[in-house]
Design a binder for this molecule. Structure first.
Ligand code: DQA
Length: 142
């Protein structure tokens, strides 16, 4: 079974981008960690990143069409703005797990609202790269 790991805007810059908040691991590093853990769990991961809202929506539809086990979604700042991503999550039966490196609730007020979280099965935030690993373990148990 395949778990889609979808990453939104600016996450291509992980490792360089505000490392005091997001850590020094790059998205490739996180993808490697996920592949290793997925193998142990008997899963496969398909890790993608886009800075474009519509790509994330197309990939949510693709996860559904291809009968993915689950989607881990770090929508970046679209988390806090995108009704369209909220609706896409609601439109599919595949469980979506919200993921964040940082804990948005401890940060600026504009990060406290999550359109992704309001539609997701559950959320993991605040554990840096390990947020993705914990979310993958949750997906394996669904
Ligand atoms: C983030 C948190 C968001 O508020 C922010 O816009 C990001 C990264 C995280 O993983 O901590 O781009 O999703």
């Amino acid at each position: 079974a395949t778990v889609f790991v979808l990453n939104g805007p600016n996450l291509n810059l992980l490792g360089l981008r505000e490392p005091e908040i997001y850590g020094s691991d790059t998205l490739d590093d996180i993808a490697g960690m996920l592949e290793d853990r997925a193998r142990e769990l008997g899963l496969e991961v398909d890790v993608r990143q886009s800075n474009h809202e519509g790509h994330l929506i197309d990939w949510l539809h693709e996860a559904s069409a291809s009968k993915a086990r689950a989607v881990l979604l770090n929508a970046g700042a679209y988390t806090h703005t995108s009704v369209a991503i909220h609706d896409a999550i609601k439109s599919i039966k595949v469980p979506v797990i919200e993921v964040h490196l940082s804990n948005p609730h401890t940060r600026e007020a504009f990060r406290h609202k999550s359109y992704v979280g309001m539609a997701a099965k559950g959320s993991v935030a605040g554990f840096g790269a390990n947020s993705y690993i914990v979310a993958l373990e949750a997906a394996a148990r669904l």
